[in-house]
Design a protein. Structure first.
Length: 317
């Protein structure tokens, strides 16, 4: 059996801060979760909160070299622990997320915290600094627009449908055509689909993301995609990853095969193109397990717990 999930991935990643337009920032980290910030005229919007307040403070230290504006909004793309549990470090007036994200935090936030801590211990810098679950203070169902003030235009937070989870939102700057896509799109990093709705994600949801026509895209992990071609490539890779999983797992499922056979088929089909990308081996057992459930008619993802994580890993790896 190989080392569980990312538990053996202990080397720090290089973080790169990029200025994508006047007052638009992205911090990428070689496949670790990306974060960003957008300047309003007299306030800041931060996108994603990292796994712990201590991890978030390192990012905020870099951001503070560029702007001293107060953080009015912290936008959370979805409920996953490595994206939300650093929220207290931001001191934001408002924490924004989708209605479904608030419901998921209430339903399974605690279990997800314990699961992700076990899967990706390196991201949880000083886990004792986490004061508790992060609760959004403003949620919406379809769209929420933040006026940035001055001549900065607006920031549109939009729900594109169920995908990576049932509550993913994207942050869209129409004036610059810059999109913060959260985990709905990955740029040369493997997809995590353990909480996903694969068929909706690969069809309507990704199409809605693509229809925005972004010229720059910050995915959940991986480098910034700059230019229409690179954006299209990132969305295309995400679509291909999902379509390949659906084809492989679907074939085994229909033929009355086993979960283990489905895992082998999906792994074999994806590995040549995606096997070297960050978190590929980590994600695959959880991905195939959820897709198997989805194809078996289990509507919503079964809650991942630290115990269930280990059981699935032992069964498949
Ligand atoms: Zn996620």
């Amino acid at each position: 059996m190989t080392a569980f999930a990312s538990s053996a991935d202990l080397d720090d990643k290089e973080q790169t801060l990029e200025v994508l337009a006047d007052g638009v920032y992205a911090l990428t980290a070689e496949g670790d979760p990306n974060v960003g910030a957008i300047e309003g005229e007299d306030f800041l919007v931060c996108f994603e909160a990292m796994a712990t307040p201590v991890a978030a403070r390192a990012w905020l230290g870099r951001l503070r070299q560029l702007t001293g504006k107060p953080i009015r909004y912290l936008v959370l793309s979805h409920y996953h622990a490595v994206r939300v549990l650093g929220a207290s470090a931001f001191g934001a007036d408002v924490i924004v997320a989708h209605d479904n994200t608030r419901a998921l935090i209430a339903e399974r936030g605690q279990q997800d915290w314990e699961s992700e801590l076990g899967r990706m211990p390196r991201l949880f810098k000083d886990p004792a600094s986490i004061p508790g679950l992060t609760w959004p203070t403003l949620t919406f169902s379809d769209r929420l627009t933040i006026q940035l003030g001055g001549d900065r235009g607006e920031l549109v937070l939009a729900y594109c449908g169920r995908g990576h989870t049932e509550g993913d939102i994207v942050a869209w700057l129409p004036r610059h055509r810059i999109l913060f896509a959260g985990d709905l799109v990955e740029a040369q990093a493997a997809l995590y689909t353990g909480d996903a709705f694969h068929r909706e994600w690969v069809n309507g949801t990704l199409s809605a993301v693509a229809a925005l026509g972004a010229e720059a895209l910050i995915g959940g992990r991986g480098a910034v995609a700059r230019g229409g071609d690179a954006v299209e490539a990132a969305i295309g890779q995400t679509r291909d990853f999902l379509a390949t999983m659906l084809a492989q797992v679907g074939t085994v499922h229909e033929a009355g095969g086993t979960l283990k056979e489905a895992f082998s088929a999906a792994h074999q089909a994806l590995a040549p193109r995606y096997g070297r990308w960050p978190i590929f081996e980590h994600c695959m057992p959880f991905n195939v397990s959820r897709l198997w459930d989805e194809l078996s008619g289990i509507e919503r993802p079964v809650i991942w717990t630290a115990e269930r994580d280990r059981a699935v890993w032992a069964a498949l790896c």
